[in-house]
Design a protein around this ligand. Structure first.
Ligand SMILES: [Zn+2]
Length: 119
């Protein structure tokens, strides 16, 4: 949701509000009357500095040079990579198939090995 700065024409007080674009004119804050929207520059984030990727790109088979935020996003998405620190907290663990009834095998191995070392 965008951040808007509201201004009181009477005393110059300012207040920041978060509103959806559709609801910008609803429930406007009051000071000495209804505050109006102050026109100001939008917040802009600079693009990232180019960097050499550490992982191989499935599209090329090489670790690419990433030159922009959108290329960074596409690269991560295309390869199923996740930025360290941006993992989803409850990502589903992949199901692992296989025979995990190793208890009996371990018990058998211990029975075979133990007498040799205790005798
Ligand atoms: Zn005011």
């Amino acid at each position: 949701m965008p951040l808007y700065t509201m201004l009181c024409d009477e005393c110059g007080a300012e207040q920041d509000i978060f509103r959806s674009v559709a609801r910008i004119d609803a429930d406007l804050p009051q000071c000495h009357g209804v505050m109006r929207r102050k026109v100001c520059a939008p917040m802009v984030i600079a693009d990232i500095q180019p960097y050499q990727a550490m992982g191989v790109d499935v599209a090329t088979g090489d670790a690419p040079m990433i030159t922009s935020r959108s290329k960074h996003r596409d690269y991560l998405k295309r390869n199923g990579y996740v930025e360290l620190g941006n993992e989803m907290p409850n990502m589903k663990k992949r199901e692992i198939h296989g025979d995990f009834n190793v208890r009996a095998e371990l018990a058998q191995a211990v029975k075979e090995v133990l007498p040799k070392h205790t005798a």
